[in-house]
Write a new protein. Structure first.
Length: 328
């Protein structure tokens, strides 16, 4: 019987306002055992069966994407990441992937990253490689480059490792720091029923910044890290300010300002776009407060734009990628 394994990688919030491309946290759900994310099943096949056009990795099925994602391996983040791993670690292997999307596309929740992470975790387990997390992350980056046009891991790292993380560098090796999470810190999240293309959104960002704006952003990012270590929620609230990406990206999300104001009015510590949006996250003290904040943001979107939203309350920290089952 063909060996098959299955891995899950969670959705994630990247940037956390002031940490563009370097900060992110994994998401889970209060009510769903897995929460939003991707499932990838990896199966062995005879290398000769996939020779020629298929190469070492092929995708045999995708569910949950409404037929929008490509089966062509070279255009799919899961397959690109898996191929990078196979080419680097097991060049004689041949693998089939089945992808189950449990999250919306182009939502600002790391959809492409979850696919890439679940794929490398599944293939690593299938081939019995037991690679360290840094190696898995390095291979997963190949998928993110395809999706966004840049090598960054602020979605990949939390999706793989869980928790709230700082990506100091990817060169020459990934250097990821797991940050402490104050007790009771909870994410309130809303996802408007709209989409933002990550690659296009990144292309709109300035390549150079005025020094004073850069200094402000550095100060906020440093203060956020200090606040986490000190469990200082007042400092955390002051640090959750983005002067780099949010001013450029927010106008592409109708209703953003109203929803952010509603979040702060309902008691959120801070609120910003999740990644490039359109999802918004707000950090809150306690799940009860987070539920009120999520409802306030959704209500603001509905009243200001008539756009409906999905709501999520996510206790922090959340677990990262893991194997779901394994059968031979």
């Amino acid at each position: 019987m063909t060996k098959s394994v299955r891995a899950f990688a969670p959705a994630s919030v990247s940037n956390i306002a002031c940490g563009f491309d370097i900060l992110g946290f994994a998401l889970q759900s209060e009510s769903d055992g897995l929460g939003p994310g991707d499932l990838v099943t990896a199966s062995e096949r005879e290398p000769t069966a996939g020779a020629g056009e298929h190469g070492p990795v092929r995708i045999t099925a995708i569910a949950g994407d409404e037929g929008r994602l490509p089966l062509e391996a070279a255009r799919n983040t899961a397959a690109v990441a898996a191929k990078a791993l196979v080419d680097g670690e097991a060049p004689d292997a041949a693998v089939d992937l089945q992808i189950e999307k449990r999250m919306p596309l182009e939502s600002g929740l790391g959809s492409s990253a979850a696919s890439a992470v679940a794929a490398v975790v599944a293939v690593d387990a299938l081939l019995g490689l037991e690679l360290p997390a840094a190696a898995l992350l390095r291979y997963a980056v190949a998928g993110e480059v395809l999706a966004s046009g840049g090598a960054h891991a602020d979605n990949l790292a939390p999706s793989l490792l869980g928790g709230l993380v700082l990506v100091r560098s990817l060169d020459p090796q990934p250097d990821v720091i797991d940050l402490p999470v104050p007790k009771g810190l909870t994410c309130a999240l809303v996802r408007p029923h709209a989409e933002v293309n990550t690659k296009e959104s990144r292309a709109c960002l300035a390549r150079q910044l005025p020094l004073d704006r850069a200094v402000t952003q550095w100060g906020n990012a440093a203060a956020l890290v200090a606040a986490l270590y000190r469990s200082d929620l007042e400092l955390l609230s002051r640090a959750l300010v983005d002067v780099v990406a949010e001013p450029v990206r927010a106008p592409a999300v109708p209703g953003f300002q109203a929803a952010k104001a509603a979040a702060i009015g309902a008691g959120a510590l801070g609120c910003s776009l999740s990644g490039s949006g359109p999802a918004l996250f707000a950090l809150c003290h306690g799940p009860g407060r987070a539920r009120k904040v999520a409802a306030a943001m959704a209500g603001a979107f509905a009243s200001s734009t008539s756009v409906n939203c999905d709501q999520l309350v996510a206790p922090l920290p959340a677990p990262g990628a893991r194997m779901i089952n394994e059968e031979k």
